[in-house]
Design a protein around this ligand. Structure first.
Ligand code: NAI
Length: 385
């Protein structure tokens, strides 16, 4: 099978998400890591790229240099991952898509809804994929939850309870930590900090698992550290287009909480509970029966879960392997396109620019609702109304 060429922008030395992308892209041998503009400091980015084995001529100082350099090569990259702070995603992703290069963009995809809409339309016009890294949907048991809901194991879904609450920004002394500072700076993060950083992972997962989209929401935002302009805690109530009621709590000041992403789904005939910190077990309560613990990798799970499971039952799988499933689904789609096949929708489950747009619309709806003291606001993207 042909190998694909892969590059990354951002994700430099010491970054939070860069290492997970490198592990994930390398997992199945589909991608060669051949190009990068990895740091806001050009010299640091070049050095780090070369230390990772990228040749000097493809260890770029910035993304514009990288785009120009790659377009001059017959072996140019097939996919670029954009792992820079939020406010830069739009400009970079748009330029690469217009040049015919597929994009995997970190979340939130853009800062404004107009930009998100434009990326959806740009990707469609270019005939290229713009995926968004809701990488936690790559977990085998998250995919199994989705399959269980789709095949009716829970009956009609009544209630979704989503959480993404950690405590890593609780220390006021961290205000000038470069990895924390940009997240609360509207110029770099956009209109929302914690909801846009973490809440939308939980919200997207609720949609991914239930097959329902968020229709409207009501939110309460708080800056528990009063010097922060943007929120560090949010409670969001929502309604989904299939009738499910949603509750979501996200926080960055929940001292003692670590990663804190969890999802509970309650239907007419059963309930499910899954947590990112214990991703290899799924708790299933069929109505009127005993609690069951479903182990990742056990026999007779769904085809989606079997495919996404990478090591045998009992061995721990974690986040880079979940991200690896997003990369493999992307690779499958590229191979299918090269061979003139339609990719199998049951297996190519990566989140798309349309999902990115839905999240950006939800962010703006949540901000508007919080400003209006919790008024219910239409959360659907204007493009899809
Ligand atoms: P970070 O602050 O730890 O690292 C950012 C990296 O980007 C640094 O290496 C910095 O030098 C580089 N950079 C900044 N501007 C650049 C530019 N113009 N060109 C090239 N490199 C540039 O940030 P972190 O936490 O890694 O976040 C990056 C993105 O990933 C954000 O959009 C964030 O929301 C997202 N993220 C996603 C996660 C997920 O689970 N999907 C988890 C954490 C972050």
């Amino acid at each position: 099978m042909k190998r694909l060429n892969w590059g990354m922008i951002g994700g430099g030395k010491g970054s939070q998400i860069g290492p997970a992308h490198r592990l994930a892209a390398g997992l199945d041998g589909h991608f060669n890591f051949v190009a990068g503009a990895l740091d806001h400091d050009p010299a640091a980015g070049r050095d780090f790229a070369q230390s990772l084995g990228i040749s000097a001529d493809r260890a770029y100082g910035d993304w514009r240099e990288m785009l120009a350099g790659e377009m001059n090569r017959p072996d140019r990259i097939d996919l670029v991952t954009v792992a820079t702070p939020n406010s830069t995603h739009y400009e970079i992703s748009k330029a690469f898509l217009q040049a015919g290069i597929n994009v995997l963009c970190e979340k939130p995809m853009t800062v404004t809804e107009a930009e998100a809409e434009d990326l959806v339309l740009t990707a469609r016009a270019a005939g290229r994929i713009c995926a968004v890294n809701y990488g936690y949907t790559g977990y085998a048991l998250v995919r199994h939850m989705r399959a269980m809901v789709a095949r009716g194991d829970l009956g009609r879904v009544r209630l979704v309870v989503a959480e993404f609450a950690h405590g890593h920004h609780a220390n006021a002394a961290d205000a000038n930590n470069p990895r924390v500072r940009w997240r609360y700076d509207p110029a770099q993060a956009g209109v929302s900090a914690q909801f846009a950083d973490c809440g939308i992972h939980a919200l997207h997962m609720a949609s991914f698992v239930t097959g329902q989209q968020v229709a409207k929401l009501s939110s309460d935002f708080a800056s528990c550290l009063p010097e922060r302009v943007l929120e560090d805690d949010a409670m969001v109530n929502f309604r989904m287009d299939g009738g499910a009621v949603g509750r979501l709590w996200t926080s960055s000041v929940a001292v003692g909480r670590q990663h804190g992403l969890a999802l509970q789904i309650f239907g007419e005939t059963g309930g499910l509970r899954w947590s990112q910190e214990q991703p290899n077990q799924l708790f299933y309560m069929p109505l009127g029966q005993r609690l069951q613990v479903i182990e990742r990798g056990e026999g007779n799970l769904s085809p989606e879960a079997d495919r996404a499971s990478r090591v045998t039952v009992g061995h721990t799988e974690g986040m880079p392997l979940a991200f690896g499933n997003i990369y493999r689904d992307l690779a499958e789609s590229f191979f299918a396109a090269q061979e003139g096949r339609t990719p199998d929708p049951a297996i190519t489950l990566f989140p798309t620019a349309e999902d990115g747009l839905r999240s950006v619309a939800a962010i703006h709806a949540a901000v508007a609702s919080a400003k209006a003291e919790g008024n219910w606001v239409d959360a659907r993207p204007k493009l899809f109304r």
